[in-house]
Design a protein around this ligand. Sequence first.
Ligand SMILES: C[S@@+](CC[C@H](N)C(=O)[O-])C[C@H]1O[C@@H](n2cnc3c(N)ncnc32)[C@H](O)[C@@H]1O
Length: 270
Amino acid sequence: MSNKGKNYKDKLARDRSFNSISQKFKKNIYGTPKGKIREAVLKRDFSQHIPWLENTTSPKRIIDIGGGQGQLAIYLASLGHEITLVDISEDMLKIAKEHVKQAGFSAQFKFIHAPLQALSELKLGTFDFVLCHAVLEWLVDQVEAITVLTKLVNDSGYLSLMYFNKDAHLFANMVYGNFDYVNQGLHVKQKVGLSPNHPVEPEVVDNALSCENFERICKTGVRCFHDYLRELEKGKAQFDDLLELELKYNQQEPYASLGRYTHLLLQANY
Ligand SMILES: C[S@@+](CC[C@H](N)C(=O)[O-])C[C@H]1O[C@@H](n2cnc3c(N)ncnc32)[C@H](O)[C@@H]1O
């Protein structure tokens, strides 16, 4: 094996596949207030900024990388678009295929079992819309991943990047009183769970993107308040009030930078 090939395999071995936790992920994320906030925020950002999304005359090519179980991709298919869903985990893809079938959109879908890092080699062409949500924080080499993603966007196409925000992770852990964890630089032993092992530094993403021909058209915090509530129950009991306020303030600073996830929507400017 060439050195390049070996490095790549080593990196993948350190990256995280969701094979072992696909069922846990399904139960813990979707249908919860956290999942509902994420869904509402992303849909709002898309419809605010992508003019063809909801009233296209011809279907657009969309790729969702690390698309998991396909929930957002199904929404985009329901608007008439053609979707390529990529994931490194066979288990996640299997669940996604089943969801897509149940929703009746199989004809609009193509599934690819591959790591993000291999996509340049697959010669998929370019896309009108590239999504990569909640994946960067599982990768060892985040800058390399951003380079791969930007190359998949066609001229004037869009990139939607959502990542687990290290600044907010630190802030939340201070609020929770986890001082030892913060003192240890937010490091824990590798564990099988849903807590991302490589929280993303916003500066790393911004620097990587500044080298590309992209214009940032929106930055939104996802869960700017939900995770800091003193009374957790209020997040469920008064969910509608909470969601309304999240949507009202999550594109304004300083709240946008305090979201547990950061959503960036960018447009290629080639
Ligand atoms: C937290 S889930 C996010 C799923 C979905 N994008 C969402 O926002 O709900 C992360 C997904 O990325 C996939 N993944 C992790 N590393 C990957 C890689 N190197 N290439 C492609 N997919 C990867 C996992 O298998 C998992 O399905």
